[in-house]
Design a protein around this ligand. Structure first.
Ligand code: LLP
Length: 453
């Protein structure tokens, strides 16, 4: 009977794994589209309330394929890409190049040329070397290229260190106080049209004060920049980074997008009027907050193993209290399909998807099949103690930065991505096969022998 089985978009999880295999990435298309619209309208209506407008870019690095780019464009979002590859996917999806923004701290000259020739709406200058490169490409194409300048506001949003980007000691962007000098450089090129500053303070951020402070600091530079440009600076891009709940414990901490939007619009309007600059048009680049919760990964349990816990191990963590043992539950994927626990110590939650059980709860750690002890999918959660080989497990909130960061570690093929909509499912990213991976390993490639050394 299907009673008690987890359903995703009205389809039983086990029907999905039976049809498409395991592990399996599942994306709820309807949920992703709804969330895109919710975030876009929250930011746009708050911008309108204070007398300006907002463009909302979908940050494709979170998860991109042709279908997802198409959904986002259809829902009225602009598209943020950060490499030539992401640009190709967006263009293949039929996205209007004029709504594409192109990022990267080290875009190649070829990538810059392609973006300019494709008619990409905005290029974000991350380095002083790029000003010249973009100007040359624009001159060659005979166009005037809109550019933003990426700066660091110095705000260190409280998040995992690798996810924080706007304090000075990291690779992205230029110091805010270098903006006047860099703007003068930009203005030397007739082929460049400076539209404003960009700042991304980090990712998976819950507190709104980082965004508010960053917006204030950026806007604080606008009077001087306007003076240098001889005209008001028309736009301000505040990046992405809105956090989502990965576990139920986090659910209360996540501010509603409507509240963030209201606070940001207000602080920007107040600051602009205080310092006497016209209110710029706003832009945002959310990725995770749009696609993260639309994704679920399904796995199949292969083995389990109980490990006795020493008292001191459990005392350190309140969740572990009361459990004398930890059940290691090995699944058929792991850090190759979700690197986030290994990379960032990210937390996920898990449940059994193929049946209900009233067995006593067990403390579990869901681990993958890779040859590393850090190959963890779910660090700690509680499942019915009779979880066993053959069970289907569902890990929630895997829509962002899971497929995107996936690898072939141990020659494990990537699982397919299936989209659910309206009670049916279809593949939107093909899975890989061992044969395809094997085919990359060659012994008959032509030899290169340099004539001079
Ligand atoms: N804009 C810029 C310039 C960015 O660098 C990023 C993310 C975004 C927008 C979108 O941020 P979001 O709204 O998705 O937080 N791999 C990490 C996250 C890296 C984020 C990189 N930049 C993770 O799995 O948590």
């Amino acid at each position: 009977s299907s009673c008690g089985e987890l359903k995703l978009g009205e389809i039983r999880a086990t029907a999905l794994t039976a049809e498409f295999g395991s592990p399996l990435y599942v994306i709820d298309e309807d949920a992703a589209r709804q969330r895109a619209v919710e975030i876009r309208t929250a930011l746009q209506s708050e911008a309108a309330r204070v007398g300006t407008s907002a463009t909302v870019y979908y940050a494709t690095k979170a998860f991109l394929c042709v279908e997802v780019a198409r959904w986002m464009a259809e829902e009225g979002l602009a598209i943020d890409v950060a490499s030539g590859g992401e640009l190709s996917v967006a263009l293949a999806a039929g996205v209007d190049p004029a709504v594409i923004g192109f990022h990267g701290n080290n875009k190649s000259e070829r990538e810059i040329e392609r973006a300019v020739e494709a008619g990409v709406g905005t290029i974000i200058l991350d380095s002083e070397f790029e000003t010249e490169r973009v100007a040359v490409a624009a001159a060659r194409a005979g166009i005037r290229q809109r550019v933003r300048l990426r700066v660091n506001s110095g705000v260190h949003a409280s998040t995992h260190d690798f996810l924080a980007t706007s304090h000075e000691d990291q690779k992205f962007g230029q110091p805010l106080d270098a903006a006047p000098r860099l703007l003068r450089e930009i203005l030397r090129h007739d082929n460049l049209e400076f539209v404003g500053l960009h700042c991304h303070i980090g990712s998976q951020i819950f507190a709104t004060d980082g965004f508010r402070e960053s917006a204030k600091r950026l806007l604080g530079a606008y009077p001087e920049l306007a003076q240098i440009a001889g005209r008001p600076i028309p736009e301000l891009n505040l990046g992405g980074g809105f956090g989502i709940a990965y576990t139920s414990a986090e659910a209360d901490e996540v501010p509603a997008i409507a509240d963030i939007a209201r606070e940001l619009a207000s602080i920007i309007a107040e600051t602009a009027s205080e310092i006497g600059v016209p209110l710029p048009k706003l832009a945002f680049e959310p990725g995770r907050s749009i696609i993260g919760q639309a994704g679920v990964t399904l796995y199949t349990v292969g083995t389990t193993k109980a490990v006795q816990l020493a008292g001191s191990d459990t005392a350190a963590d309140p969740v572990d209290l009361g459990f004398a043992e930890r059940l290691y539950v090995s699944v058929d994927g792991g850090m190759s399909d979700n690197a986030r626990p290994a990379l960032y110590g990210a937390d996920y939650h898990v449940r059994i998807a193929n049946r209900v059980s009233d067995a006593a709860p067990a403390l579990v750690r869901v681990v993958g099949k890779h040859c590393e002890s850090g190959d963890i999918v779910v660090q700690r959660d509680v499942l019915p103690g009779d979880v066993r080989p053959g069970d289907t497990l569902a890990v929630a909130a895997t829509g962002a930065y899971c497929w995107a960061l996936s690898s072939n570690y141990n020659y494990v093929p990537r699982p397919p991505v299936v989209a659910l909509s309206n009670g049916s499912a279809r593949v939107i990213v093909r899975g890989e096969t061992e044969d395809e991976l094997l085919a990359k390993s060659v012994s008959d490639a032509p030899r290169f022998t340099p004539t001079t050394n």
